[in-house]
Design a protein around this ligand. Structure first.
Ligand SMILES: *Cc1c(COP(=O)(O)O)cnc(C)c1O
Length: 401
């Protein structure tokens, strides 16, 4: 490790709360799908800041909007009307069946808003004292106290767990049906689990889930924080399954790196909030929504949703061909669009070694769900980069076998 990075490591130990076990990498600069570390080494970024930098780093048009808007208006709070926010809301709502949006600053906050809306909707609109939210095992919904309880992981030492959540096994409709009670306000699911290993729901499960929710008067809520905004090859990953959730949430890639989250709801479900019900100081300010509008316009103009579907399919086909060339090296290739999981047939320790060798070769991605390599590249990544990565992976798997 270089001297420069050693110095950063020492400062971070001294200054920062011990929450992140970081990669052995200090990043100083990014451009497109490339990152450069503190020693000047170049990397292909297949992680996009965890699905955030959908248009790549240092995008010229984004930089321009950011600079222009920052000289006009950055923030005034939600006490005021702002045209930037309205323009973005209108454009964003045009991507789905939802009728209303609430802006916030992160994925966890967007899910908090969804959970609050579900409880208040049931009580105030439906007159039902229903507060419980059912989630699926291996989900990830965030790290605030409520979303942690929804997730059911990373809870140690933070007890007591926030009440009002119940988890059921993934993909098991009977278990879901049994878990729905008169106290159930909503079911919250990822149509493709991200942190949980890139598992898309089955069509049967999606159909059953939707029918059960309607039958029982339970809100169907989808967490699109990672899979949404075109990454899955549809604007929203629930659209692959024909779902029409009452509520859904977004965040990661909305503003290409600026913090923005959103909770969207049908006009009916949105009746759960009234003036004063919920609020945030920063959410959806003029700067971030001006940037987010530009992001959405570029995704549309450059047909990046369609491209994510096509490029993702071809990438998965390449990984499947690799799995055939190297029998016993890859157990599964999963995902939708440019949300890709390649499950290696090796224990986690060895998978970590493979990850380290890929990093050494200049490819940044991450490991999730034990030994699954997760790719969340920019939506405009070149196919050449993905081909080069496949070659690098082949080389690494051969060396490790
Ligand atoms: C990342 C993520 C979250 C949490 O988002 P934060 O911005 O980190 O709070 C919630 N749900 C899903 C599916 C995510 O991938």
């Amino acid at each position: 490790m270089s001297e420069a990075l050693e110095r950063w490591k020492e400062r971070e130990r001294r200054l920062m709360c011990r929450t992140y076990s970081r990669y052995p990498l200090g990043i100083v600069r990014g451009r497109g799908s490339r990152l450069w570390d503190v020693d000047g080494k170049e990397y292909v970024d297949l992680l996009s800041g965890i699905a955030v930098i959908a248009l790549g780093h240092s995008h010229e048009e984004i930089a321009e909007v950011m600079a222009r808007q920052s000289r006009k208006l950055i923030h005034v709070s939600n006490l005021f009307y702002q045209e930037e926010q309205l323009d973005y809301a209108e454009k964003l709502l045009g991507t789905s069946h939802a009728g209303k949006v609430f802006f916030c600053n992160s994925g966890a906050e967007s899910n908090e808003a969804a959970i609050k809306l579900a409880r208040r909707f049931q009580r105030v609109v439906r007159g039902r004292d229903a507060w419980e939210v059912v989630t699926l095992e291996n989900c990830f919904h965030g790290r605030t106290l409520a979303t942690l309880a929804a997730t059911g992981k990373h809870t140690e030492g933070f007890e007591p767990e926030t009440p009002g959540f119940r988890r059921v096994p993934w993909g098991d409709l009977d278990a879901l049906e049994k878990a729905l009670t008169p106290a159930t306000a909503a079911v919250l699911v990822e149509a493709v689990q991200g942190e949980g290993g890139i598992f898309p729901l089955s069509q049967d499960y999606a159909d059953g889930l939707s029918a059960l929710c309607r039958e029982r008067g339970v809100l169907l809520m989808c967490d699109e924080v990672q899979a949404g905004m075109g990454r899955s090859g549809a604007w929203w990953s629930f659209q692959h399954f024909g779902l029409k959730p009452d509520v859904f949430t977004s965040a990661k890639s909305m503003a290409n790196g600026l913090p923005l989250g959103a909770m969207m709801a049908t006009d009916e479900a949105a009746e759960g909030f009234d003036y004063g019900s919920h609020a945030t100081t920063f959410g959806g300010g003029a700067l971030v929504t001006a940037v987010a509008l530009k992001v959405l316009e570029i995704i549309e103009r450059d047909r990046l949703v369609q491209r994510a579907a096509e490029v993702g399919d071809r990438a998965r086909a390449r990984f499947r061909a690799l799995a055939e060339r190297l029998p016993g090296a890859i157990t599964d290739v999963r995902g939708l669009g440019l949300l890709i999981g390649v499950q290696l047939a090796m224990p986690q320790e060895k998978a970590r070694q493979a990850w380290g060798m890929l990093l050494e070769k200049g490819f940044i991605l991450n490991l999730t769900y034990g030994s699954t390599l997760r790719l969340l590249p920019p939506l405009n990544i070149s196919e050449g980069d993905l081909e080069d990565f496949t070659d690098a992976l082949e080389d690494v798997l051969k060396k490790l076998s």
